[in-house]
Ligand binder design. Structure first.
Ligand SMILES: N[C@@H](CCC(=O)N[C@@H](CS)C(=O)NCC(=O)O)C(=O)O
Length: 211
């Protein structure tokens, strides 16, 4: 199986952390934004990362890829079967993918992607706006994190992977959740991001950005 993309993308990182937690093996084919690589474009017609290939089967979108893998490899179940737990897992995935990435992505794109990878200055006003938008999102998470350190069913699910991933992009921008302001969220993120599914990948990302 091949995942096309770079773990610097919150969606690629989410997919790779999920793959790792499932105990699956994939090859990562690095492709940059806008790549015209034919094998990648077959998997991802609109050039978005991640793309995915399993033999003749190709698909793009982290949620679609994870849906495929979860159906094909049901154990360990990272999307619970019980209706309310399943719905809450998908809510947190959606919250991470859309609401959180909408804010964190403005910061990451304008402070790192644009100047470092596209060779043009970012829009600092937009980055600052993204940072402001984070306020209510961090406050929300602080109210919903259970003592177990997992968002759903007191065990790791896709919810935790999807919510934690965009915080790595903020960390790359020097923005950390501070325990003095958000103690539950800070402890929660420390726990999820210390897992073997995240920690080595994040270290690799930091090395890429430090080079
Ligand atoms: N909903 C998609 C979003 C994928 C996405 O937007 N990826 C970004 C990188 S973080 C991308 O490829 N952007 C390039 C583009 O839009 O052309 C997913 O979950 O995979």
């Amino acid at each position: 199986m091949i995942v096309y993309g770079s773990p610097l993308s919150p969606f690629v990182r989410k997919t790779l952390a999920y793959v790792s937690e499932k105990g699956l093996q994939v090859d990562v084919e690095p492709v940059g934004l806008g790549s015209r690589d034919p094998a990648f474009r077959e998997a991802s017609p609109f050039g978005k990362i991640p793309g995915f290939r399993d033999g003749d089967f190709t698909i793009s979108d982290s949620t679609a890829i994870i849906t495929y893998l979860e159906a094909k490899h049901p154990r360990p179940a990272l999307i619970p079967a019980e209706p309310a737990s399943r719905a809450r897992t998908i809510w947190y995935e959606e919250f991470g993918d859309t609401i959180l990435v909408a804010a964190a992505g403005k910061v990451f794109f304008n402070r790192i992607v644009s100047p470092r990878f596209l060779g043009r200055p970012g829009d600092e006003a937009l980055a600052a706006q993204g940072q402001t938008e984070l306020g209510p999102l961090l406050a929300y998470l602080e109210t919903v994190i259970p003592a177990s350190g997992f968002l759903v069913d007191d065990r790791l699910t896709l919810a935790d992977i999807a919510v934690a991933s965009p915080f790595v992009n903020l960390s790359h921008c020097g923005i950390e959740v501070v325990a003095a302001d958000h103690p539950k969220l800070a402890a929660y993120l420390a726990g999820i991001l210390a897992r073997p599914s995240f920690a080595p990948m994040v270290a690799q990302e930091k090395a890429i950005l430090a080079a």
